[in-house]
Design a protein around this ligand. Structure first.
Ligand SMILES: Nc1ncnc2c1ncn2[C@@H]1O[C@H](COP(=O)(O)OP(=O)(O)O)[C@@H](O)[C@H]1O
Ligand SMILES: CC(C)(COP(=O)(O)O)[C@@H](O)C(=O)NCCC(=O)O
Ligand SMILES: [K+]
Length: 257
């Protein structure tokens, strides 16, 4: 009955093996690999793993990476399935102009977030809107209204991309990582603070948009490999939920079964 959930981003593949494909299921094993290392999954991470009975994933990297990952699963007699964002799924209505062009990771994270809001507010008469923030290679800030409609979202560069862009486009910005400061007085701190506040500023802005639109304070859920870096300077109430994408994949898998 085991279920393998996979999230392939532009930097890393994250995976988690669950006892069953339904929300709340026990995690049996989990891990993450940089995309450069996905060809070793079979001999490393997954060497001792019993064959899962189902595999569901979301991927936003290239088709080539997806095929390399599928090659690593040939040892098992299971056909992996990949989420394609639909106009509706897992309790979320996808309001994108072209629903299938929404990043599968964003769709799935919103489904995970929606399920969380539904569970948490099961006994209240009104649900809050929800802001879903993912801080990975890129940063996405997606707005869900109280009915579970995806209203729209932001995409901006993550820390690494911002720094590389500045390093590549200037002569004098090759410096070590600095600290986040309100008034940076050296280049390292100025770059680190600039990147961090660009991200938190965008999140706080979208938080304001959503609050104004729905007339109620949004529940803000943050996930992604670099969420912990952004969390301390984010000036809106929020919760770090590492498993948001896996929660969404579990909900979709349960709906199928
Ligand atoms: N072990 C780590 N130490 C420091 N930063 C990390 C680590 N792992 C991930 N990160 C940060 O998280 C980002 C990748 O997060 P992730 O959620 O895996 O991205 P993606 O989903 O785009 O592949 C990196 O760009 C980096 O900033
Ligand atoms: C925005 C993203 C690049 C984020 O990727 P990530 O940081 O998770 O690697 C990805 O969700 C994507 O390629 N989206 C497709 C375009 C869109 O969502 O509009
Ligand atoms: K991601």
């Amino acid at each position: 009955m085991s279920f393998l959930a996979i999230d392939i981003g532009n930097t890393r593949l994250k995976w988690a093996l669950y006892a069953e494909g339904r929300p709340g299921s026990t995690v049996l094993a989990h891990g993450a690999q940089f995309l450069d290392n996905v060809d070793q999954l079979e001999e490393n991470d997954w060497a001792q793993m019993p064959a899962p009975s189902a595999v569901l994933g979301c991927h936003v990297a290239s088709e080539a990476v997806r095929r390399r990952v599928e090659d690593q699963m040939e040892q098992w007699d299971v056909a992996p399935r990949w989420v394609v964002p639909a106009p509706e799924g897992g309790g979320v209505r996808n309001g994108y102009d072209h629903p299938s062009r929404l990043g599968a990771d964003r769709f799935v994270a919103m489904i995970g977030a929606r399920q969380r809001v539904l569970a948490h507010y099961a006994n209240s008469s009104t649900l809050p809107p929800c802001l879903v923030v993912m801080v990975g290679t890129a940063v996405t800030v997606d707005a869900l209204d109280p009915q579970g409609c995806f209203l729209g979202g932001l995409i901006l560069p993550g820390h690494g991309i911002m720094l590389r862009a500045l390093e590549g486009g200037t002569a004098g910005l090759h410096v070590p990582t600095g600290e986040v400061r309100e008034f940076p007085t050296n280049t390292s701190d100025a770059l680190t603070s600039g990147g961090t506040y660009a991200i938190t500023g965008a999140i706080e802005r979208m938080h304001r948009h959503l609050w104004r639109r729905c007339g109620k304070e949004p529940v803000t859920l943050m996930t992604g490999g670099a969420g912990w870096k952004v969390s301390p300077t984010l000036e809106v109430r929020h919760e770090l939920v590492d498993s948001l994408i896996f929660d969404g994949l579990l909900a979709l898998q349960a709906q199928r079964g």
